[in-house]
Design a protein around this ligand. Structure first.
Ligand SMILES: Nc1ncnc2c1ncn2[C@@H]1O[C@H](COP(=O)(O)OP(=O)(O)OP(=O)(O)O)[C@@H](O)[C@H]1O
Ligand SMILES: [Mg+2]
Length: 261
């Protein structure tokens, strides 16, 4: 029997349609759509100023769209706050990594694991053992994740002492702390040296094979081509193309959009 009949259909984890956002006169995102299938590594590319970061902000409700619908894991999420969306399992990193430089690397990691019993003081008193167990689990998970991005030996350093590339790795590891369903990465390879870029790609690949879904904005085409199953292209806020990396690479309109910038 052919594979297509035995495999379940690819189901969407994130679907956004008709998304629009203007800043003054600028249509940053103009009736755009995107879909991320479960288990995929999906790319989002486009020239500078195409609206990629704005689209991320709209998907995770850091900015409210003027129009459009976002469905995550079968539920509309536009009415949710960013932290509620994170609790539903969609987390993101930022183009300029947002780590807390006066806290240690480990503290940055532990801050992410907040869906814990310890948040409620009354419960803390009642469930001291459970809180201690959760804290231990969080530390163990943090160490494992830091090891996986090569930062375990820096666990007690101030995050401010890390290089730009290391901060990107820390932000990615921190995003994994809550075991999310979908991670949005905004330029994970930007400002990162080539050795670290390879390490980041390996990590993303491994996490993906463990079941994590990714949506990645990236200007580094080697990263996009080596990792992504499917690539969406934005230009001037609009969808320009969608396809496999090979299809996108040989699409004359995409080439033109990049050359025209
Ligand atoms: N808060 C804002 N206020 C006004 N204009 C904004 C704001 N955020 C983004 N823009 C504008 O919206 C457009 C899209 O910007 P955006 O940052 O989303 O692009 P991008 O595709 O992420 O670009 P890059 O690849 O350079 O990161 C740009 O023209 C930008 O100047
Ligand atoms: Mg951007």
């Amino acid at each position: 029997m052919p594979d297509t009949l035995t495999q379940p259909p690819l189901s969407p984890l994130l679907t956004a349609t008709g998304i629009a956002k203007s800043f003054g006169g600028i249509k940053a995102v103009d009736n755009a759509e995107i879909e991320v299938t479960k288990g995929s590594i999906t790319g989002l590319i486009g020239p500078n100023g195409a609206g990629k970061t704005t689209l991320f902000n709209l998907l995770s409700n850091f900015i409210r769209p003027d129009r459009g619908t976002v469905v995550f894991d079968g539920e509309p999420i536009q009415h949710l706050q960013p932290h509620q969306i994170a609790q539903q399992g969609m987390v993101r990193t930022f183009q300029v990594a947002r780590t807390l430089s006066r806290l240690s690397v480990m503290e940055n990691m532990l801050l992410a694991a907040q869906k814990q019993t310890g948040e409620n003081l009354w419960q803390v008193w009642l469930q001291r053992k459970q809180v201690a167990a959760e804290e231990k689990q969080s530390r163990e998970r943090a160490i494992k994740l830091l090891e996986s991005v090569g930062l375990a030996r820096m666990a007690n350093e101030y995050a401010g002492a890390l290089s730009g590339g290391q901060r990107k790795l820390l932000e990615m590891a921190r995003a994994l702390m809550t075991n999310p369903k979908l991670i949005l990465l905004d330029e994970p390879a930007a400002g990162v040296n080539p050795t670290l870029i390879n390490q980041i790609c390996d990590r993303i690949d491994t996490w993906n094979s463990e079941g994590m879904t990714f949506l990645i904005i990236e200007h580094n085409m080697d990263v996009i081509m080596s990792l992504c199953d499917r690539v969406w292209v934005l230009a001037e806020g609009k969808n320009l193309a969608v396809g496999t990396p090979a299809e996108i690479q040989s699409n004359p309109q995409v080439l033109e959009a990049y050359l025209g910038q």
